[in-house]
Each structure stands twice: as structure tokens, then as C-alpha cells.
Design a protein around this ligand. Sequence first.
Ligand code: 2P0
Length: 325
Amino acid sequence: MPTSIARAHTNIALVKYWGKADTDLIIPQTSSLSLTLDQFYTDTSVTFDERLTADQVVVNHQSLSPTASRKVRHVLDLVRHQAQTTTFAQVTSQNHVPTAAGLASSASAFAALAAAASRAAGLTLDRTALSRLARRGSGSATRSIFGGFVEWQAGHDDATSYAVPFQEHVTWPIAMVALVLDPHRKKVSSRQGMQASVTTSPYYPAWRQVVAQDLAAIKPAILAQDFPIVGTILESNAMRMHALTLSAQPAYSYFNGDSLAAMQTVRDLRAAGTACYYTLDAGPNVKVFCQAADLPTITQRFSAQFGADRVLVAHPGPGVQWLSE
Ligand code: 2P0
């Protein structure tokens, strides 16, 4: 069968997904809204090959063990089921994202896998079906099928839980500065962490209300390109998500000392007149939402604090694309 290669970009949630209603199907407790970024992406090649006796998965030139490739094989099984084949696949993936450092490499990885594997198996899936398939690998991948601002509508079952573009072509001159404060693999996976929050944080019901309010408020603010409103919402939404880590039993946290220092720098920049806002995902790296015109001021400040090699700049990016058939 032919090889298919796909590229998908990471996304950063402005209103976060933190908790599942169905852990097998990855149906979230709430909807979420993200921005796809241009700088961080995954290229994945898939070939179904009748000579193989098992799926072979290579990520960043390293062959994954059967345990490490479990989520990938799960998505391949779903593709095989739809395509009515039992043939194993060769999957080769290159992440242009600091893996597992809270820059959401799983989002780009499973979006690229869904696109490449479905096409390699001869399926022609529309973007809604691709979004549903990517979701089965990793929740945040649901949104990386689309570019720009994207909403993952929670739905209530496999058929109704998928992402839709909110504003795919972004003309607003905004940027996201990613501070790589610790490039190592996180200690508490998103999957474990969010489940602990759902089952043990007394604040979880309040979080569901926060998300509903934030989604309702951020959408008109994005359309109006109202930078302070969008920034204020994404910053408070991130902090309220992280409150679910500290309020779990046992408590955990993704922050390290540098995360706290970077958040203070954002507040200092704001106090000095440079509007910018922070968000953090399931890792210590801080992402700073800013206006493109302020990039020189902001990148200079963080380069002085953490070193220029730890300051990465991204802009709104595109949805999934095929690089070959
Ligand atoms: C998000 N994160 O909305 C949230 C905010 C991290 C913090 O989605 O278990 O790797 O595979 O569905 O998608 C990261 O969690 O978790 C994530 P699974 P995923 O982007």
C-alpha cells in the first residue's frame, strides 16, 4: 500500500481541557478553545506493509517499545477497523517540538498520525472524522486538525465530540512566546493528572462553570481582536486549571521555580506598559501571549532572564496537511 506523510502543528489552549467524562473514548468534561501555532509541528509517515508481523513505530529516530507505542497502535487499530484490513504499519515520526515539555507534542503527533494513517489505509476522511480519530489518540490532538482559533466541542459520545474551526485564517498580529524552562519529560502525565483532578478536587464543579463562562466571553473578544480581554481570560483560565492540580488529593503541580519567575516577569512587563499574558499547560514551560509589535521588548527581556536559546516565538499556524500521498 502507498506511504502517506502528514504534518500537523501543536496548539495552545486558551480555555483549557482538563478532565474526561469518558476515559476510553476521550470525551472531555468541557469544551475548550485553542490557537494552533506555526513553529512547532510533527511530520509522520505511515505505510501499511503486508510483510510486517507487528506495527513498527519510530519517533525521532528511536524505535518505540510495544508499551511506549500503545496509544499509536490504538489509533492504527481504529484505522484498520474502518478500512477493514489487518495489515500492520510502519510509522515514522519526527517531532519539531520539545517532546513532553508542556508544549503539547501529543497534539501535533496524533493529529499527524490520524491524517497519515487514514490516508495510507485508503480512507478518505473529512476533517470532522479526522478530528474524532485524532481525539482517540490524545484529547488535545482533536484541535490540531484545524488552524488558527479552534473549538473542541465536548459532545457526549464518539460521534459528537470533535473540533470545529472558530477562526481559521487569523489576521490579528498576535504571537505566542514559548519559554523552554525544563525540556525534560513531565513527572505527572496529563492523563493521570486530569483524572486525579476530576476525581479528587473539590473545585472540579466550579471549573466546569469557569470554562463555560470563559468560552462565552473569549469568543466575541477574539472576533473583536480585544487583546486585553482575551489575555485576561486565558491567564485566569490557566491559573484556575492549575488550581485543580494543587487541590487534588494528593496535590501535585507542574510549576517549577523558573515558571513562577517567568510569570512575575510577565506581570512586571505589564506594569511597565507592555501588555502580555501567560499560560501554562501540563509542564513548567510558560507561554506568553503578546502582540507582534511587542516581540522585541518581550524576547529581549526573557532572553536576558533565561538565555536566548530558551525563548521561542510562534504565530498562528495552519491545520493538518498531507506532504505526499
Ligand atoms: C489542553 N492539556 O487543553 C490541556 C491543558 C494540557 C493542559 O490537553 O489524556 O495530552 O491524551 O487526552 O491531550 C494535554 O493533555 O491528554 C492537554 P490526553 P492530552 O491543551
